[in-house]
Design a protein around this ligand. Structure first.
Ligand code: ADP
Ligand code: ASP
Ligand code: MG
Length: 819
């Protein structure tokens, strides 16, 4: 016989029931089919809710009606597909269930008490309805079908709600029932069974998988197929990890570990009976029946190191500790005997090698029972201070790595823990089974998803990600987004995933968990209500389990710059062409570097000096190698480089300024360039980078214009008055020329001092040839002398600046984050 089990997800509607019937029909052969069914999707949950409401004395009647309605709808939609007699039989089942359920709920509500054996009878109703409906549908398809009573045929022992299989008894009961009636298909309810007294016992939530395994083992089926809503077992829960990969084969041991540690696709007890009788198991998809599915059998080929990652949530970690444990025989067994007595299942155990403490995980729901039982059991030891008060850590989860191939393979655990650290997850306890098939870490519940995602990325997808948030979408910001868009394919080919999740301007913040489509971000900005803030971005990063968030600041705003330290501390890399942070107080300058180091994040600002020219990185490299800056001189402003070149040709100051402004070479207010402050900031950044402890006020700044020119004027008035200075400046140009010199706006560092000023240079001075918007930097160091290192190229412009920022963004890759 073949055993096929269909879960609630495969039985959500009549359409689905019919698809299942179709799959069964296709599978008919000489071998009969044992068909194990769950309740229609959601029905068991409704029954749980109903019981809870009745128990709490809350009005459950509306929900009862909902339950009744759900079954009625299923039946009425199936009516045409049923023979009249089967339809009537189904009505009878429904009415009997309703009568039973109403009476039992009434009793529970009256007594405010719901013993487990009553609860079991209530929760098991859904499966029995599925059997009646499916039997009718199959009969109408002229398939020789018989419904077997699982309560009578599937035998178990132990708890009413979480019973354990009794295979010999099931073998006898099922064997007798099947021998009595020949059929092509035997339909059976999953989830329900009975103990030796004939009382109904459930096999635990999600227990129909286990039912199928018990049936398969008891009749020594040729195969057991678990049909669900996914193509098989994945390397992680596909609902949680988009990149999860389908596993084509698992050994029994691997499947057991994965399901035990939370892979919901299989009830944890399912594999035991199948492994014992070596029955192969397939996980198949009802929605995609032709997919091969996952095969689980005895083969243990250790084909890949790690097969899957699973997580078990809603746990509490209990630690029993104290001198009374050390070297005392039997203490550990008393702890676990106490748990067993209370039917509390223990999911992970670790003991310190000093034997001073034992820690273990129990379901959060069992915590109170477990705690009370332990306190009673160890009352004397606790009083006598042989044991410390129990330490309880609530809201915990276990993340586990599973794979036969991990055995005796070095480095897996190290990579696992490094991944957890990269995900900023604190490891509370660790356990590895001695077969080395699984390794588990107890972590806080809130970091569990993140942990699974990062571990999965590191063990399976190997695609490093950059999660971008851009603030400031002016000229440089927009150009950067355009470059990101153009380079998507290039990056993909190089196995890098760069996704822009957030874009903000001064008015709004646009965030999209799917990543923002860079072809249409402008249109979407308008409708956004949210504002840019650290809280909004952090929440987004947390909600979406992003691991490599990068804040790119393309504003020139001081307010944003002053938040970098907080962003770094919150786990963001910061990349910026904004000079404000590096020219703020020295305290803040030092703080940024310290925070970045502490949080293992990068603060990158290559484009603050010389735009795309590799100035900062070069200087840092030299200083790392023990070099020292002796002197510096350079043209650091693209706009002034352009303007001084034009002035040299005899163009009037007002005309050059208007032209540069019109071409977007200057700031909106050209005085920001002409004042020299922009150059002063760049120079200060270079000076600080070289180790000088200076502030902006220490930089001597000679403005291009007289300081008292047009005070308080608007930009328009300033531009209107500027011709007044034309002849004054033309005279300066002429005076220089008469000495065979040209004027340039120069930044200098010498003897620990910074100065920016208009200088007349000999024509053979290297900087005399620099114009047309080019920057040039002559860096004199101990290693580079007597000829300085010279960098020259466009030091402004959207494309080169954005490209420089892009370069910095790429540098955040592979920068592992730790606590
Ligand atoms: P059914 O109703 O068929 O019993 P379940 O909802 O109980 O279905 O189990 C199937 C679900 O298990 C999938 O939809 C998936 O979200 C979840 N799941 C968790 N871990 C895994 C995994 N490693 N591989 C596949 N599915 C998983
Ligand atoms: N219907 C039961 C549950 O929801 C059993 C199952 O579906 O496996 O837990
Ligand atoms: Mg299930």
């Amino acid at each position: 016989m073949r055993v096929l089990k269909f879960g609630g997800s495969s039985l959500a509607s009549v359409e689905r029931f019919l698809e299942v019937a179709g799959i069964v029909k296709q599978q008919l052969s000489a071998e009969p089919v044992g068909l194990v069914l769950s309740a229609p999707q959601g029905v068991t949950n409704l029954l749980v809710e109903l019981t809870d409401l009745a128990f709490l004395g809350t009005d459950y009647l509306p929900l009862l009606q909902q339950w009744q309605q759900r079954l009625e709808t299923l039946q009425s939609e199936a009516k045409d597909k049923l023979l009249a007699a089967d339809n009537e039989a189904l009505t009878l089942v429904r009415e009997q269930q309703f009568a039973q359920l109403s009476a039992q709920l009434q009793g529970v509500a009256l007594l405010q008490y719901c013993p487990d054996h009553i609860k079991a009878r209530i929760l098991g109703l859904g499966e029995q309805f599925s059997v009646a409906l499916m039997t009718g549908l199959l009969k109408k398809l002229q398939i020789d079908t018989i419904a077997l009573d699982s309560v009578a045929c599937v035998k178990s022992q132990g708890d009413y709600l979480n019973a354990v299989a009794d295979i010999p008894a099931s073998e006898a009961a099922l064997g007798a029932a099947i021998a009595k009636q020949q059929a092509q298909v035997y339909v059976m309810a999953g989830f329900v069974s009975s103990n030796s007294n004939g009382e109904l016992c459930l096999l635990g939530r999600n227990g129909s998988d286990y039912s199928a395994a018990i049936v398969a083992a008891s009749i020594r089926a040729s195969v057991c197929e678990i049909w669900t809503d996914v193509d098989g077992v994945y390397s992680a829960d596909p609902r949680q990890v988009k990149q999860a990969q389908l596993i084509d084969h698992l050994s029994y041991d691997e499947a057991m570990e994965l399901s035990y540690f939370g892979a919901k696709v299989l009830h944890p007890k399912t594999i035991g009976p199948l492994a014992r009788y070596q029955i192969p198991c397939y996980i198949k998809n009802t929605l995609n029946p032709s997919a091969p599915g996952t095969c689980i059998d005895a083969n243990n080929n250790g084909d890949s190191l790690v097969k899957g990652i699973s997580s078990l949530e809603h746990l509490a970690l209990i630690t029993v500790s104290g001198p009374g444990l050390k070297g005392v025989v039997g203490m550990a067994s008393r702890v676990f005997a106490t748990m067993a007595r209370e039917q509390v299942s223990v999911s992970l155990i670790t003991q310190s090698s000093s034997e001073f403490s034992i820690s273990f995980c129990v379901a959060q729901l069992d915590l109170n029972v477990a705690k009370k039982a332990l306190e009673t059991e160890f009352e004397l030891e606790l009083q006598g201070k042989l044991l410390r008060p129990l330490a309880i850590q609530s809201d915990m989860a276990i993340v586990s790595l599973v794979g036969d191939g991990m055995r005796q393979h070095r480095g897996v655990a190290a990579k696992f823990f490094a991944s957890l650290s990269q995900a900023r997850v604190n490891i509370v306890a660790i356990a590895q089974d001695s077969s080395e098939r699984s390794i588990s870490a107890v972590v806080e519940q809130k970091s569990c998803r993140n942990a699974v995602k990062v571990c999965h990325e590191n063990f399976f997808s190997h695609v490093p990600s950059i999660d971008v948030f851009l603030v400031g979408c002016g000229v440089v910001g927009s150009e950067l987004l355009a470059q990101f868009e153009r380079q998507q394919q290039f990056l993909q080919q190089r196995n890098v995933r760069l996704t822009v999740y957030g874009i903000a301007n001064s008015k709004a913040l646009l965030q999209d968990a799917q990543g923002i489509n860079l072809a249409s971000w402008q249109q979407r900005m308008d409708g956004q209500k949210q504002q840019f803030s650290l809280e909004a971005l952090s929440q987004f990063v947390q909600d979406n389990h992003l691991t490599n968030p990068v804040l790119i600041d393309c504003t020139s705003a001081e307010a944003v710059a002053m938040q970098y330290a907080d962003f770094l501390a919150a786990g963001f890399h910061v990349v910026t062409p904004n000079k404000k942070a590096n020219t703020a107080s020295l305290d803040y300058y030092r703080q940024l570097r310290l925070v970045a180091q502490q949080h293992r994040r990068r603060f990158l600002y290559e484009t603050t000096v010389g735009a795309g020219l590799p100035v900062i990185d070069f200087l840092q490299g030299l200083l790392n190698a023990g070099d020292e800056l002796m002197a510096f001189e350079g043209i650091l402003s693209g706009s002034l480089s352009y303007m001084f070149g034009e002035l040299e040709q005899g163009v009037a100051l007002s005309e050059v300024t208007a032209k540069a402004k019109a071409m977007g070479f200057t700031e909106p207010d050209p005085r920001d360039d002409l004042s020299g402050m922009d150059v002063a900031r760049k120079l200060l950044i270079l000076a600080r980078e070289s180790g000088l402890q200076l502030d902006l006020s220490d930089v001597t700044v000679e403005s291009v214009l007289p300081n008292d020119f047009a005070p308080g004027a608007s930009v328009a008035d300033f531009m209107a008055q500027l011709p007044e200075l034309n002849s004054w400046f033309a005279d300066k140009v002429a005076a220089a020329k008469s000495e065979g010199k040209v004027l340039r706006y120069i930044g200098e560092i010498a003897n620990g001092q910074c100065k920016v000023s208009v200088k007349a240079l000999d024509l053979n001075h290297p900087l005399a040839k620099v114009k047309d918007g080019e920057n040039a930097l002559a860096i004199h160091t101990r290693y580079y002398q007597p000829i300085p290192f010279v960098l020259r190229g466009y030091g402004a412009g959207a494309a080169v600046t954005a490209a420089g920022v892009f370069g910095d963004v790429m540098r955040t890759l592979g920068w592992q984050q730790e606590m």
